[in-house]
Design a protein around this ligand. Structure first.
Ligand SMILES: Nc1ncnc2c1ncn2[C@@H]1O[C@H](COP(=O)(O)OP(=O)(O)OP(=O)(O)O)[C@@H](O)[C@H]1O
Ligand SMILES: [Mg+2]
Length: 221
């Protein structure tokens, strides 16, 4: 039985997922809990190769259908679960992951209209029971997130194909993330990402303590 916890961070571009994973990781490490920081698409050698094909727009430019892309995402996820996530959890390491299955539901399911039956069966195959213990959905107006993502990018580096889409597409995804959270409130926690980094980290830590650490003794916050 895995003893580590699996926590995913979801939300649009530039909402602060990577920043919050770093902060949470530090806090957990200080409490004596080992962590790894992973991401999707990617997180394992095979999946990182697929990431390049997906985010560069290569698959799209070659005329691959949204369903084909969804299958590629699922292949990458299956490899990530098998070679990175499950082995870490079995060693008591907590896995903090930047995007996971909810991003597929929103980006491929809602934005690209991949049929929900296909999304469901791919999800089942790819995650193989590995449902996150907790998912933080960082909620922020799309234009603020995009402006943050833009500011962060080094000069000369191009936006990936998802960042290039319009604000209204991003705003629809934001609503889709909120809808997902409402359907699964036990796992998915909505966090107000317009707050300062410290305030967001505080909200996240409060939930971690309540949901995941309350039954563990000897851990100090
Ligand atoms: N609460 C915050 N308030 C203001 N700026 C923030 C906040 N959190 C993060 N930022 C800044 O916004 C930018 C994007 O943050 P970050 O990279 O953590 O977001 P992300 O969700 O991982 O983005 P992406 O989807 O592009 O990977 C960074 O420059 C970061 O320093
Ligand atoms: Mg990031």
């Amino acid at each position: 039985m895995a003893k580590g916890k699996f926590i995913t961070f979801e939300g649009g571009e530039g909402v602060g997922k990577t920043t919050q994973i770093r902060l949470l990781s530090k806090r957990l490490n200080a409490a004596g809990i080992e962590t790894i920081h992973s991401r999707e698409p990617g997180g394992s050698a095979g999946a990182e190769a697929v990431r390049h094909v997906l985010l560069s727009g290569m698959a799209e430019n070659m005329g691959m259908s949204p369903a084909g892309e969804a299958i590629l995402f699922a292949a990458a996820r299956a490899d990530h679960v098998d070679t990175t996530i499950r082995p870490a959890l079995e060693k008591d390491t907590w896995v903090l992951c930047d995007r996971f299955m909810d991003s597929t539901r929103v980006y491929q399911g809602e934005s690209d209209n991949v049929p929900s039956e296909l999304i469901d069966s791919l999800e089942k195959l790819a995650i193989d029971g590995m449902v996150p213990d907790l998912t933080f959905i960082l909620d922020l107006r799309a234009e603020i997130g995009l402006a943050r993502a833009h500011k962060r990018r080094p000069d000369g580096e191009e936006a990936d194909r998802f960042e290039r889409e319009t604000v209204s597409v991003h705003e629809k995804r934001r609503q889709a993330f909120l809808k997902l959270a409402q359907r699964d409130p036990k796992r998915c926690k909505i966090i107000d990402a317009s707050q300062s980094e410290e305030e967001i980290a505080f909200d996240i830590w409060t939930i971690i303590e309540r949901e995941l650490l309350a039954d563990q003794t000897g851990i100090e916050g």
